[in-house]
Design a protein around this ligand. Sequence first.
Ligand SMILES: *Cc1c(COP(=O)(O)O)cnc(C)c1O
Length: 384
Amino acid sequence: MLDHNTVARFEALDTPFYYYDLELLQKTLASCKVASDKYGFHVHYAFKANFNERVLKAIQQIGFGADCVSGNEVKKAIEIGFDPGKVVFAGVGKSDREIIEGLENDIYCFNVESVQELGIINDLAAKRGKTARVAIRINPNVDAHTHHYITTGLEENKFGVNQWELKTCVEELRKSSNLQLIGIHFHIGSQITNLDIFKSLCVKANELSQWFEEHGFQLQILNVGGGFGVDYYNPDESPVNDFESYFEIFNKFLERKPNQEVHFELGRALVAQCGNLISRILYVKNGLKKNFLILDAGMTELMRPALYQAYHKIQNLSADKNAETVKYDVVGPICESTDWLGKEVELPLSKRGDLVVLRTAGAYGQVMASGYNLRDIVRSEYSS
Ligand SMILES: *Cc1c(COP(=O)(O)O)cnc(C)c1O
């Protein structure tokens, strides 16, 4: 919570920094755990959303697996203590080195994104006398109705195998003696808040799972990916996602064979709300058409607005709540015109030195920090 004491603590600290509310993280994880356990669902955390060690440790301790998209994420997961038997590895461009590391660590599953990749994994596994467990990531052509930069499940996207390629996949699998097909995998996009979209995914997944059965493959797992969105506009009203409704959709609409497992890969929904970017106002610039607040944090600390016009709620933590409000464009110090954090943000009259928070910044925030303009990489602070 950003209560009075917390803000007083911030006053004494150098800015900018990410502030993690570990109690809120714990609450979110517990809620997701209870809701998924109810149906015997398996949750893997999507590492790319946030790889802060204290965050990772909390997630490992609650018993979730890890969903990785690079060899270094696989290594990190194992270092932190995730069971390699709960590590899955997706990614449209896995290098040979990364595949070998996955094989040597006996990870649970490679989520394979092309026919060619099947052949490469088979060869690398054969050389080591191993059998690789694989799931085919299928592009189900389901529109996630999210920002076009974060849609991944349409035929025009680079991710996954398209449905007309499945026959070739099956032929490749039949001649690959070092591959074991254990399931099918989907991930249609991110920040999906309309649960009907997951219903459409279930319908498509049922069809495709049936298709594999008909072609003689018994699938142990159906992996439906992640993408569950959070409320960027009202972080205080919905600090913890409604995991119950989310999992209920899959329980209701996803057809399972006896003993077939359902796997999820949640990133944003687990970590977005517990993270905040804390910054200070360096300058207030009043123009003819616009007023600018220039912060000591920008796209090098939080790239989401520059990258996909993302909204983050911005609050002034120092200003008098009852002061008159002004509309500001909130920008960073980086030499790029896209370096903005909020447009036309209504805030109480603000001044140099005021503390500002960017809310809901725990997912795809700090992990995208860069050293552009030779800036320091932003650090972390914690609630406890
Ligand atoms: C990014 C990603 C996820 C997590 O997405 P969220 O929207 O953060 O839940 C899950 N699976 C795969 C394959 C991903 O690339």
